[in-house]
Design a protein around this ligand. Structure first.
Ligand code: HEC
Ligand code: HEC
Ligand code: HEC
Ligand code: HEC
Ligand code: HEC
Length: 216
């Protein structure tokens, strides 16, 4: 009798520690193996909608990729170029217009909950005007791709060589939420640097395989 209870207790304990280990593994950001890593973002911003359906060019929001080491994430003011006017999905706005029409009143302002977070960040009140009592704050986007500190990566030579964003980031314009597609390991960098001696857009390329090119 005692033996069986003990076995059950031990089995349960093992199961529970196994479960918490699994949970830990799911949250730990393992260095060097982040393929598939796609964290939740503070606003449910969709590349599939903006870069896919609306066809906004990548560089409209990530102009840094051409001009600096980092591609950069756009500030809220870039979003506001459109979202000063677009406050909710078109279907929701149309639905409210039809309801107002049937009820013989003026349509109310429709603000989607996700875009409300954007308006909070830029300090807009309920009437979507700048409210001096609301402190504007940066949106804390969660970084997805990152090479270790001892690696030097620069977007500029790659973009200048005509390498498409998709070669390294996958079909971002199909992603609801950005996810890391490639390993970003040394072998991954090198396998391209070794073979990319051919022509890129008719120009000869030779990417370095010297340790010092990528390591300080
Ligand atoms: C309207 C603005 C906008 C456009 C257009 C856009 N992006 Fe983004 N991008 C963002 C924002 C905001 C984030 C940060 C939130 C997120 O990860 O979704 C981001 C994040 C990313 C990331 C992840 C960055 C990281 O943390 O590692 C990649 C990669 C990326 N974008 C690539 C692209 C590519 C490729 C295109 C074109 C196909 C594109 N983006 C078009 C706004 C934009
Ligand atoms: C070039 C114009 C444009 C830019 C720039 C833009 N958006 Fe949008 N966005 C739209 C349009 C248009 C829609 C609505 C599409 C529809 O009718 O469903 C939309 C929809 C959204 C939605 C979905 C709202 C919902 O409830 O479904 C979110 C969230 C959003 N945008 C966030 C952002 C963020 C964050 C940025 C800046 C990084 C940004 N947008 C930049 C045009 C833009
Ligand atoms: C040769 C591969 C490669 C290409 C091409 C490339 N990227 Fe990246 N990207 C990376 C790597 C590697 C990182 C992580 C860099 C780091 O940790 O400093 C990164 C990081 C990013 C980030 C987040 C960090 C940052 O730099 O601000 C964004 C956003 C991004 N890329 C967007 C783009 C866009 C948009 C394009 C196309 C214009 C592009 N990338 C082309 C490899 C690439
Ligand atoms: C898809 C191919 C590809 C991948 C993947 C790639 N690179 Fe490159 N890289 C290139 C090309 C092409 C050049 C430009 C060579 C030139 O300008 O002649 C380049 C240039 C560079 C340079 C500038 C020095 C030089 O060789 O001209 C550095 C630094 C660099 N890459 C680092 C990296 C790192 C780090 C990674 C991985 C995180 C990486 N690259 C992944 C193709 C790639
Ligand atoms: C084209 C870019 C590139 C070149 C060239 C390069 N490395 Fe790396 N190296 C990387 C990247 C990216 C990482 C990070 C890999 C990871 O985290 O998985 C790395 C990681 C390392 C590490 C850490 C151990 C590890 O595997 O994580 C060592 C050591 C190293 N490199 C040594 C070298 C030496 C020695 C050379 C020259 C023979 C060299 N590297 C050339 C990109 C490069």
């Amino acid at each position: 009798m005692h033996g069986r209870t003990l076995t059950i207790v031990l089995a349960l304990g093992l199961l529970l520690s196994g479960l918490s280990l699994l949970r830990l593994l799911a949250t730990v950001h393992l260095p060097g193996n982040d393929q598939g890593y796609g964290p939740r973002q503070p606003i449910a911003y969709s590349h599939r909608l903006h870069a896919g359906d609306l066809e906004i060019p990548c560089l409209y929001c990530h102009s840094g990729a051409e001009k600096s080491r980092h591609a950069g994430v756009p500030s809220a003011s870039v979003c506001m170029n459109c979202h000063r006017f677009v406050t909710a999905p078109m279907i929701d706005v149309r639905a409210e217009e039809r309801r107002a029409d049937a009820e013989g009143r003026k349509p109310a302002l429709v603000v989607s909950p996700e875009l409300r977070k954007l308006y909070d960040a830029v300090g807009f009140g309920a009437d979507l005007r700048l409210d001096p009592t609301i402190e504007p704050r940066a949106i804390e986007w969660v970084r997805v791709h990152r090479v270790p500190d001892f690696v030097y990566f620069d977007h500029r030579p790659h973009v200048a060589a005509g390498i498409d964003c998709r070669r390294c980031h996958g079909a971002v314009e199909m992603m609801e939420r950005v996810e890391q597609q490639e390993s970003l390991s040394m072998g991954w960098c090198l396998s391209c640097h070794r073979t990319e001696h051919q022509q890129v857009d008719g120009r000869p390329m030779s990417a370095s395989t010297d340790c010092s090119a990528c390591h300080y």
